[in-house]
Design a protein around this ligand. Sequence first.
Ligand SMILES: NC(=O)c1ccc[n+]([C@@H]2O[C@H](COP(=O)([O-])OP(=O)(O)OC[C@H]3O[C@@H](n4cnc5c(N)ncnc54)[C@H](O)[C@@H]3O)[C@@H](O)[C@H]2O)c1
Length: 249
Amino acid sequence: MNINKVNAVVTGGGSGLGEGTAKYLKDKGANVFLIDLNEDNLKKVSSEIDAEYFVGDVSDPNLMSEAIANLDNINCLVNCAGIAVGSKVVSSRGMHDLGLFEKVLKINLLGSFNLIRLCADKMQHNDPDENGERGIIINTASVAAFDGQIGQAAYSASKGGIAGMTLPIARELAIHGIRVNTIAPGLFGTPMLTGMPDEVQKSLIATTLFPKRLGTSYEYALLVESVVTNVMLNGETIRLDGSVRLAPK
Ligand SMILES: NC(=O)c1ccc[n+]([C@@H]2O[C@H](COP(=O)([O-])OP(=O)(O)OC[C@H]3O[C@@H](n4cnc5c(N)ncnc54)[C@H](O)[C@@H]3O)[C@@H](O)[C@H]2O)c1
């Protein structure tokens, strides 16, 4: 798909990878619609790039239905909204809280799927482009989907779910000319990660092969652009990680 023909919904657009993607796409001539829970961040980003936005929880079916209702020309969804939590299954503080496990799955996995179904429902009615394309869906998993650390049971399950649903959804939506791919980032310098203690960040970076630093949201957005523009990319989960392999802890 031609990048300047893109009308994208970007969830998590108020911060980090979503913010970087929204700014990059806008810079390349795309139209962008932002969704996030954090209204202050959304206002800031939307005023910087002159984009419309909607404040709400991606896992809320009614709210998201309202958010997408009037967007009739959506041809791109970039699912970036997500949360990361750490908790052991059993520890001196007791068992993993079941509500916390459910919350992570609800926001990361169900929230991504919620936007996929709502946007695909719109995209199927688009006129196809010269490649027969009507839409492109890009999700954000994590390398923790494959080499999750101790304490990442909930997060890894949610991201593994995103990787797992990528191919079946791509298979189903192919008939409509809608591609579905997932990016699995390694370690990126967004508030999600830079909020961790310095020693934790350093030990994580040490497990990266090259380059030995955190990735940037610009580098994530570069891959979004490749996925959007390269029609042969479909049904795949792509690691973007400097070949990091997370250690058990
Ligand atoms: N930063 C990393 O190293 C890294 C690595 C692997 C995967 N990821 C994934 O990338 C995605 C983006 O994360 P980031 O690093 O930009 O973090 P971030 O915290 O900067 O951004 C996440 C955004 O999602 C929003 N959000 C959270 N819950 C939401 C909800 N229920 N509804 C709507 N918006 C919600 C937050 O308000 C925030 O703006 C996440 O899915 C994260 O799991 C990040």
